[in-house]
Design a protein around this ligand. Sequence first.
Ligand code: PLP
Length: 373
Amino acid sequence: MERRFGELNPPQRLLMGPGPSNVDPRILRAMATPVIGHLDPAFLSIMDETMGWLREVYETRNHHTVPISATGSAGVEAMMVNLLEPGDDVVVGIIGYFGQRMADVASRTGANVRVIEAPLGEAIPPERFEEELRRKPAKLVALVHAETSTGAEQEIAPVAEIAHRYGALIAIDCVTSLGGMPVRVDEWGVDAAASCSQKCLGAPPGLSPVTFSPRAMEVITGRKSKCQSWYLDVNLLFAYWGDGKANNRVFHHTGPITMIYAMREALRIALEEGLEARYARHRKAHEAFAAGLEAMGLTLFTKGKRLPMLNVINIPEGIDDLAVRRRLLEQNIEISGGFGPLAGRVWRVGLMGVNANPAPVITLLGALEQALV
Ligand code: PLP
C-alpha cells in the first residue's frame, strides 16, 4: 500500500504570548537564501557583519559579542559557566521565575549562590545589593533585566555601579528586553549580557546573542579551572567567531547558517528603523494596549516599572483562564497564561517586534473583549 506523507501545514497565528513573536517576512526570505559552508570566506564576512550589528543593538564596543548557536537559556548558561568557578560567590537577584532559574544554573557551576528576592511584580531596590556586597564580597552579581514571568523591569545601571564599587562583575539576562527597550551595555557598565532571537528581535527561536566586556574576558581567560561546558566555552567559541586579533578561524561547531542569516536580517531591520524609534514604538504599543485594557475594566498585575513588551493582566474573578485562551486560539491569536504561583491568576501578552504595532493591539483588544463575555 502506498504511504502518504502529509505536507507541513502549521496554522497562521498572531503570536502575542511571551515569544516567539511573528517573524518579519524579510527574515523568512533571508532564511530561504542558499546555505554555504560555515568556513566559506563569504560566510565569515556575514559573521563579521552580524557581530558588528549586534554590537550596535547592544550599544557596546565589546569585541566579544556573538549569537550563540542555541536558545536564550544557553546564553544565560554561557555567562554562568564562563564567569564562575567552583567556590566563587555570586549574588543573584530574583524577581520571578527566570531569576530563580539563573540561581539554579549558577549553583550547578559549584559557586556559592546568595539570593536577594523581591515580591512578584516588583523590582529589587539597588541598596539591597549594596547591603549584601558590604556584608560579604562576591565575584559576580547576576540578575534579570526584564522578568517575563511578572512583567517587571529591574533597573540595571545602579546595580552595575554598586557591583563594580565592591569589585564584582555584573551579568544580565536581557532575553525579553533586547530590541524592544534600551539595553545600554557600555553606558550601564554591564560585563555580560544574554538574549534571544525570538522576542523583540523578531527572528525564529534558535540563537542567543551574548556580549562579554574586556573585564569579563580577563576573568574568563584567567580561570584556574576549565569551563565545565565545552560547547559554551567562550574561549573556544571566539576561536571560531574571531578573537579580534588573529584572523584565523578555527572550527568549533558547524554554525547554524540559516539562523545566522535570520539574525543578520533581524538586526538590519532594527538598525534601519533606528533603536530609539523602535523602543518608542514598543512603548507606544504598550500604552495603547494598557489604555484599551483599562477601558474594558481589566487591570495590570505589575506594580513596579512595567515592561512595554510584556504585559501581565490580572484575570478577573469568575473568568476561566483556559476557556478564554482557547477562544482566542480559535481566532488564531496566542496569548499565554502565568506560571508557578501566577498560574490561573494572570495572562501574559507580548507586544514584541512586528506585533508592537496598532493593528495587532487593536485585533487582540477586540478579540479579548469578545472572549470575556
Ligand atoms: N530568560 C528570560 C527572561 C526568558 O523570558 C526566557 C524565555 O522565555 C529565557 C530566559 C529562556 O530563553 P529560551 O526560551 O530562548 O531558551
